[in-house]
Write a new protein. Sequence first.
Lengths: 107, 120
Amino acid sequence: DIQMTQSPSSVSASVGDRVTITCRASQDIRSYLAWYQQKPGTAPKLLIYAASTLQSGVPSRFSGSGSGTDFTLTISSLQPEDFATYFCHQANSLPFTFGPGTKVDIK
Amino acid sequence: QVQLQESGPGLVKPSETLSLTCTVSGGSIRTGRDYWNWIRQSPGKGLEWIGNIYYGGTPKYNPSLKSRVTISEFPSNNQFSLQVNSVTAADTAIYYCARSRRGADWFDPWGQGILVTVSS
């Protein structure tokens, strides 16, 4: 199985801050990476797929980059509704696997 | 747009079988271009992909669960299902169904999830 790691595991930030989350795959997954946002009590929501493509309806302050084994999710200016947990997911090979998550909370 | 909804018992006894159904609305599971997935989330294991099926196809399973899992489709009801045999407390989790597309295996949309607790 491909192992996914994320850093940091949590980050405290203020509204307006730039936040960067890193995801690393244990082997080359090309650009088959997605990012999800999850708020308490709700299902994950797809934000970015194919490493850098913004899902329809997702604000442009979210962006993704990377390929191979190293990927980044950036929130350019954190908004109150962005406080949540973010997961990466590799869709390169079965079984699909997820990162452990990064919790973004209020400083 | 497509919506998914999980249903089933919220409490299952150890050693018994967990059975859940996902009902798809706003679209058909017969498209053949869509995969229908089961994913679970627990505090201990995080998000775990269980398996998927596509219309008329052979289900794919996570090897970690393969010996205990069956995913089936019911096109006439626009539903698909999950069975997990011989459950233990480690199977306690929120279970989600979700759609993905051939060649684009990101999950969207997801159902709201259903908490299943394994306890006597």
